[in-house]
Design a protein around this ligand. Structure first.
Ligand code: CA
Length: 232
């Protein structure tokens, strides 16, 4: 029997936790709950959940700090930030510090469940179906182990960064619009302002894999169209 996926809810509003727990369990997920940031961080590190739903305004430690600390400790668990405001700055900050996704409160349960599913699905994608892609310049993408190395050194990527890199690298030279990438990498069946997410993730990825992020050699921009992986 397939093991249930485990979702950690970090949220201080009890009624929201109750609704999330109810719906997640109904969809077949196990749930863990934390009501402040410090407890959330501890649970995320100890219990190794498959996904974290992370509120921003939390007692003891705000959600952004929790996410940043998780990444600093090497966790690549998918994180969806629950932001109370429709503020662009909040969204971008969340992605900058390593969150995979965000959703604005009040959210529809249907949309939230779709995001949870899309973000967890990436984790278990095609085990054993891949091998090592040589992206040139010493950059290797191992699609069996999901490990990326450059010059023999392991590069820490979030799952989303990894998926984006692996997707682009497996189609060198082909230009993808941000909408294409939202659909292919983020598994979203709709788009909107969210295409900014693609730009932020590309920027973060470049900072990690490029010798000179300002003049990238791997992930290139086709102005007005989108992004592509160098075919050289
Ligand atoms: Ca809160």
């Amino acid at each position: 029997m397939e093991q249930k996926k485990k979702v950690l809810i970090v949220e201080d509003e009890k009624n929201i936790v109750d609704i999330l727990r109810f719906n997640l369990q109904r969809e077949g997920y196990d749930t863990l709950e934390a009501y402040d940031g410090a407890a959330g961080l501890e649970l995320a590190l100890q219990e190794n959940p498959d996904l974290v739903l992370l509120d921003v305004m939390l007692p003891k430690m705000i959600g952004f700090d929790v996410c940043q600390e998780l990444r600093a400790k090497g966790s690549s668990v998918p994180v969806i930030i629950l932001t109370a405001r429709e503020e662009e700055a909040d969204k971008v900050l969340g992605l900058e510090i390593g969150a995979d996704d965000y959703i604005t409160k009040p959210f529809s349960m249907r949309e939230l469940m779709a995001r949870v599913k899309a973000n967890i699905r990436r984790t278990g994608m095609q085990p054993g179906a891949g091998s090592t892609m040589d992206a040139g310049g010493g950059l290797l993408v191992n699609t069996d182990t999901y490990q990326v190395t450059k010059g023999g050194k392991v590069i820490d990527l979030t799952q989303r960064e990894y998926e984006l890199l692996a997707f682009l690298a497996s189609h060198p030279g082909k230009v993808y619009s941000r909408i294409d990438l939202m659909e292919q990498v983020w598994n979203y069946g709709y788009v909107g302002d969210d295409v900014r997410t693609v730009d932020v993730t590309v920027r973060r990825l470049r900072e990690k894999i490029e010798d000179n992020p300002a003049s990238p050699a791997y992930i290139l921009t086709r102005r007005g169209v989108g992004y592509y992986f160098s075919a050289d």
